[in-house]
Design a protein around this ligand. Structure first.
Ligand code: HEC
Ligand code: HEC
Length: 355
């Protein structure tokens, strides 16, 4: 069924999935405090991905993950690539690595008594973080990204326990489910050392939980942090920079960034990510307070609409935003207008493709 939404600019555009069919709200990951001297999984280098059909899927998954813009206008509706948040091609510990994620699905959600498979979790990031349209269940991009994630974790576990030989191949149907199930084939050397629960919480999974700030977070203080530590790369207006028309330094807010349904719009999730991973290229540089303040500043700007929005910001706020975020609230940057009221379009068609 086609649904029509009015975008911020008043332009009529259509979406082919109805809000009722959208993946469930993005559940917050069970973020855990970082352990000192944690040993992180070390997946094999990409050059060791085998030749052949299975290896081709793994390679394809890697390519879609680092250059998601090849799916622009089909599944991706903003300028981001998966790798912008899941850094080092989904390998970086404490930047929600794919190897940590794969073993945690299927995950049972008490909330709606539903089991979420790995592919459904990926669909969530397409819908919200990529402001796009999730590929259909079982489709090539989901198989490929699942194959790549599986390959990372399995090669990492085999390396950790000294198991030689190629990563065992799996069918597409199996790949899409994820590794948290009794019938998931794991070498005995692994299961004798790690139980199912430990495998779902490998050290480095997700973004480590940051301590609470001493003072309530402040958008104003966050702006000063932004000017000092972020704007050189993400620009004064938060839109980042493009090189050869490709976004090399990603936008943090506005029409080309993650939308109001994405996990990163929550101040706590963004603070966790930023403290650990930004400013890029250096070890931890911000104080806990600065990370919270700048996370608030970034997320107090307008961005694309929450795809679950059905015409009323207050209702969407009440139903989906009972957490630390600015949706449905005014911000000192935005003035008295509620954030979300002038949100940018969901899954817009880019200018390039119209030409
Ligand atoms: C040296 C350049 C640089 C600096 C300084 C920097 N970033 Fe980033 N940032 C990046 C790059 C590059 C990425 C994408 C990472 C990747 O693809 O590996 C990124 C990604 C991000 C993302 C996730 C992707 C997105 O667009 O939402 C957020 C949020 C973010 N940065 C926030 C910040 C904040 C806040 C600061 C200041 C505390 C900061 N960054 C400082 C380069 C930088
Ligand atoms: C703007 C940042 C951002 C981008 C871009 C992004 N993600 Fe995510 N992703 C997140 C956040 C944040 C979470 C954690 C969810 C939460 O806490 O709400 C997450 C969670 C996940 C998880 C589950 C992790 C776990 O340990 O359970 C997977 C898998 C995933 N993303 C895949 C992808 C894929 C595939 C893409 C590209 C199509 C993508 N993500 C793009 C921010 C992003």
């Amino acid at each position: 069924m086609k649904r029509y939404y009015f975008s911020a600019a008043g332009v009529l555009f259509s979406m082919s999935i109805s809000a009722a069919e959208l993946p469930d709200r993005q559940a917050q990951l069970p973020s855990v405090a970082k352990e000192a001297n944690a040993q992180y999984l070390m997946p094999s280098p990409l050059s060791s991905i085998p030749k052949g059909e299975f290896g081709d899927k793994v390679r394809k998954g890697y390519q879609l993950f680092v250059n998601s813009q090849q799916m622009r206008d089909t599944y991706v509706g903003n300028e981001l690539n998966c790798v912008n948040c899941h850094m080092n091609a989904g390998n970086k510990a404490n930047a929600s690595p794919l190897w940590g994620a794969y073993m945690a699905y299927p995950a049972y959600r008490k909330k709606n008594d539903k089991v979420n498979s790995f592919e459904e979790r990926i669909q969530g990031c397409f819908t919200y973080s990529m402001n796009g349209k999730a590929p259909e269940s079982g489709s090539e991009p989901l198989v490929a990204i699942s194959a790549y994630s599986y390959w990372l974790v399995m090669s990492g576990l085999m390396n950790q326990f000294g198991i030689t030989g190629p990563v065992p191949e799996m069918t597409d149907v199996e790949l899409l489910k994820g590794g948290n199930r009794e019938d998931f084939p794991l070498p005995e050397t692994v299961t004798s050392k790690l139980d199912q629960k430990e495998l779902t919480m490998l050290p480095g999974r997700g973004f480590p939980k940051l301590a609470k700030p001493e003072l309530a977070y402040s958008v104003e203080r966050g702006e000063a942090v932004y000017q000092a530590h972020c704007q050189t790369c993400h620009a004064d207006d938060g839109q980042g920079y493009k090189m050869a028309n490709v976004s090399a330094l990603p936008p943090l807010w506005g029409p080309q960034s993650y939308n109001w349904g994405a996990g990163m719009h929550r101040v706590n999730t963004a603070a966790n990510f930023i403290y650990e991973n930004m400013p890029l290229g250096k070890s931890i540089q911000l104080t806990v307070q600065q990370a919270w303040d700048v996370a608030a500043f970034v997320n107090a700007h307008e961005r694309p609409q929450d795809p679950r929005y059905k015409g009323n910001v207050a209702e969407t706020q009440a139903k989906y935003h009972q957490h630390e975020g600015f949706y449905g609230k005014p911000s000192s940057i935005n003035g008295p207008e509620l954030l979300g009221a002038n949100a940018y379009p969901i899954f817009p068609v880019s200018k390039q493709s119209k030409q």
